[in-house]
Design a protein around this ligand. Sequence first.
Ligand code: PEP
Ligand code: MN
Length: 338
Amino acid sequence: MIIVTKPEATEDQIQHIIERIEEWGFKTDVSRGEQRTVIGVIGDEGSIREKPIAAIAGVESVTPVLKPYKLVAREFRGGTNSVVKIGDVKIGGPEIVLMSGPCSVESKEQITSIAQEIKKAGARVLRGGAFKPRTSPYAFQGLGVEGLKLLAEAREATGLPVITEIMDTKHLEVIEQYADCLQVGARNMQNFSLLKEVGRSKLPVMLKRGMSATIKDLLMSAEYILSEGNFNVLLCERGIRTFETYTRNTLDLNAVPVLKAETHLPVVVDPTHGIGLREHVASMALAAVAAGADAIMTEVHNSPELAKSDGEQALLPHEYMDLVARVRKVAAAVNRAL
Ligand code: PEP
Ligand code: MN
């Protein structure tokens, strides 16, 4: 349910609306615009509808959200964009944010030197997996807590905030100690107990689209996180499975404008997993920026042939530099900056 206040509503009236809604046992999410304030009401839609909200002074309109997803719906924040912070880096504002790093954290030397290289190139967030979801149980599973510590050391050395994947609710506490943002991977997009748990975290969450999930499925999964109180959610398009086998996945750039229209949440594109072929990652990064992405996540490795995961799709640092220079130009063409 969305309440829009009258342009002439006073601050006291707005406060009174919020207090009344909360007295009725619902939560509120307030977005202040130039003219009007939009108050999103969080709770069971059915019982909210029975309350005489329109009778409160200062209320202009009361509108139910008719979509199956409510809190993530664009209307819920009066058509404005949410800005989500990873450390001090803002995603969803006028600037496009570059997030980068290796698929997996492998050693102190590896993660720190890659972090320094990507920072020099213009990246603002460091990625790196410590708990890795691998198709084979015999493949490298990540360094676990040791990997988290190395990420924190790389943050110390560069000032870049850190995003890393959470695969299991039992790791939330330790990841919260070391990281600045949680990543829920494609394979866990519909792990509803994990979604609820990260919904109770203080850290922002980047939710990656499942490989056979529809856009609506992605939004419904995000709704789980917001419904637990965590509104700091980024949605990430990372490619879906189609009949095409030339590329690792099919990067569904259709999702970018559709998500921007459907939700207030920032949209990240991961062209690396989307296409899976190093030589084509840059082209898809450019296309993602043109399509309206708020952030681009790419994998970079200083020695891809020795990488313990995803070496074939990782860019070398000099290739990443080149990508950033080209992204800057496309960003300018769509009135964004890096
Ligand atoms: C990753 O980011 O390294 C990863 C495993 O991504 P996804 O969940 O999209 O496959
Ligand atoms: Mn990877």
